[in-house]
Design a protein around this ligand. Structure first.
Ligand code: GRF
Length: 191
């Protein structure tokens, strides 16, 4: 049984999609053993309660620096025997302590076709640029933001003028591709 930790800071729809995929037996031999959240007001915490998950909710401002809170996170991850960390709308930047503790074991989902439109407003930036092909990327997390090795991507064409339609399509494919990719990593690489 592989143990996942999901890191999220907000709404949590990707977290929920992974939980549902596990419940529906779409990902075998896997469970979410911890939700890590850096925002005590995040909706994702309510979702984790619904799924009866353990949570580690912390306030980065309550620590001297990133190394201190990442050390606490690593302690929690070890305690819950976590094999793979899935970032799903986690707004913090992963630092050295976590990267060294989980080399090639931290993945992220990003709402653009990397390496285009890195950063926290990928959908808006792509829309305002006027691209006609949008998409999402799942990649390993490395020191540089949104720059680690790409694991999976999915694209779609859109030539309309409503960003809400693009967002809806992005989230729909995220909710399919993230669970599928986790399943593949577990199966092929025994993560
Ligand atoms: C997703 O669009 C993901 O690609 C990005 O943050 C968003 C999180 O959405 N990294 P949610 O909290 O999973 O609903």
């Amino acid at each position: 049984m592989k143990h996942l930790a999901v890191f999220a800071s907000g709404r949590g729809s990707n977290y929920e999609a992974i939980e549902n995929a596990i419940l529906n037996n779409e990902i075998d031999d896997c469970c979410i053993s911890l939700l890590v959240c850096d925002n005590q007001d995040a909706h994702v915490i309510k979702l984790a309660e619904k799924f009866k998950r353990k949570t580690f909710v912390f306030d980065p401002k309550g620590y001297k620096n990133k190394s201190e809170y990442e050390s606490d996170i690593v302690e929690q991850l070890k305690e819950h025997k976590v094999d793979l960390i899935c970032l799903a709308g986690y707004m913090g930047i992963i630092g050295d302590i976590l990267l060294e503790a989980y080399p090639n074991r931290i993945i992220n989902i990003h709402p653009s076709l990397l390496p285009s439109f890195k950063g926290s407003s990928g959908i808006k930036d792509a829309f305002e640029y006027g691209v006609k092909v949008f998409g999402i990327t799942i990649h390993y997390v490395s020191k540089e933001i949104d720059s680690g090795e790409i694991i999976a991507q999915r694209a779609f064409e859109y030539d309309g003028d409503k960003i809400e339609e693009v967002e809806a399509c992005i989230h729909k494919i995220e909710h399919e591709l993230y669970p599928q990719t986790i399943k593949k990593l577990i199966k092929e690489q025994g993560v």
